[in-house]
Design a protein around this ligand. Structure first.
Ligand code: NAD
Length: 392
């Protein structure tokens, strides 16, 4: 099969196996060029391990610290006629690279919100390494089925309290327009918290603790985005922000509840980046195209692999890490500091349909977007006939 990108709205509906493998390899190469992450422990569970921040954390743990990694993801396998999702190919490439270096890696593909997958993971931990020292929670999902009631909850990406009118960039139409986003109902807010809040993270940690597979002084972290004024109306102070506030609640509750093993639970706040999850959020493509421009000029631009490398090296595994006002590990300062935000805000106010491509680094945004699906990567022959069926 010759595979070219099929883009529909904010998503690409296919993926390139060779390109995804090359993208994973680029991240492995980055990690190997850094000093080893010798303080990172050896038994790591990553929930949401196949793309974006979760995949990058897994790559850092495995190739930076030599850790054994167990991953959970929800990806579609390929057939002769249809490519797999990018996360499937990424995972296959990660496994192949880990195997080459003699690194243990196992991935369970299924619904992380379910009790069955939690039990499968626990059984695997018992079988393979007894306990885990680090649990990374990096899920991004539009839906969650509550395992107790069977009820299906959907998250909404809407402002809270009042309608919000703002500029946005439609990636499919190449258009800068104004949009008005209507405020969420109470039910939409509650459902978003159910999907993206801390309940499932706590459920994971409780199940692992109950089964005795959390090592003493184990750490766990879940990822959040805090942002600043420009994104607050659609993120920080919006439905998704309410869900993320619930992560702060969950972290504090877990530290208390699992004090017997001195569990260290942190929310880590990361910068805005192009991932499958963020490209679905209105306004984000415009905002990220502008921060790419500013942060590249400032020399502070990072991708998922660089952010999670610094998180492990400078925050999660240092004694007395610096915490923000809500007790989070904060890795987004290079984006959210006042001077950088002022430059972004100036561009934001100036940007129009006519000057968008001059003011914003949309080329950088789009190139990163394509890379998520294995496209646009140097050295990959996109006219070659490739087999979409890849196993891990
Ligand atoms: P992503 O879409 O790249 O990754 C999501 C991962 O979750 C994938 O591995 C996917 O397979 C997995 N997943 C989704 N539903 C699942 C399910 N039901 N069962 C098992 N696995 C499932 O997203 P991302 O942007 O890397 O987001 C990860 C976390 O980082 C999220 O909490 C997000 O809010 C946070 N974050 C993202 C950004 C950003 O700009 N992208 C910034 C800060 C924080």
């Amino acid at each position: 099969m010759v595979i070219h990108p099929k883009i529909r709205g904010f998503i690409c509906t296919n993926a390139h196996p060779v390109g995804c493998a090359a993208h994973v390899q680029q991240q492995i190469d980055y990690v190997k060029q850094q000093a080893p992450l010798s303080m990172v422990p050896q038994r790591v569970l990553v929930i949401g391990c196949s793309t974006g921040y979760g995949l990058a954390t897994r790559i850092n743990a495995a190739f930076g610290a030599g850790a054994k990694t167990l991953g959970v993801c929800f990806e579609k396998e390929p057939s002769e006629k249809k490519t797999a999702t990018a996360g499937w190919y990424n995972t296959a490439a990660f496994h192949a690279a880990a195997k080459k270096e003699g690194l243990y890696a196992h991935t369970i593909n299924g619904d992380a919100f379910s009790d069955e997958i939690k039990q499968e993971v626990i059984a695997r931990i018992k079988e393979e390494f007894g306990q885990v020292d680090l649990v990374v929670y990096s899920l991004a999902s539009p839906k969650r089925k509550d395992p107790d009631t069977g009820e299906l909850y959907s998250s909404a990406l809407k402002p809270v309290g009042q309608a919000y009118t703002t500029k946005t960039y439609h990636t499919d139409k190449d258009q800068v327009t104004e949009i008005t986003l209507e405020p969420a109902t109470d039910d939409e807010i509650a459902q978003t918290i159910k999907v993206m809040g801390g309940e499932d993270w706590e459920r994971w940690i409780a199940a692992l603790h109950e089964a005795g597979v959390l090592a003493p002084q184990a750490k766990t972290t879940a990822y959040t985005y805090i942002g600043k004024k420009l994104t607050w109306p659609i993120y920080g102070h919006a439905t998704i922000g309410k869900a993320k506030e619930d992560l702060d609640r969950a972290a504090a509750a877990m530290r208390e509840r699992f004090a017997d093993i001195q569990l260290e639970a942190y929310v880590s706040s990361l910068k805005a980046l192009v991932t499958q999850a963020s490209s679905a959020i209105p306004v984000m493509p415009l905002y990220i195209s502008l921060i790419y421009r500013v942060m590249k000029e400032e020399g502070t631009h990072e991708g998922c692999i660089e952010q999670t490398h610094r998180l492990l090296r400078d925050a999660l595994y240092v004694e007395n890490p610096e915490l923000d006002e809500a007790g989070r590990l904060s890795m987004n300062g290079w984006e959210t500091n006042d001077a950088t935000q002022a430059k972004i805000e100036k561009l934001w106010n100036e940007v129009t349909q006519d000057n968008f491509h001059q003011l914003a680094d949309y080329a950088g945004y789009h190139s990163d977007f394509l890379k998520l699906f294995g496209f646009g990567i140097e050295g990959v022959d996109y006219d070659a006939d490739v087999d979409p069926v890849v196993a891990w």
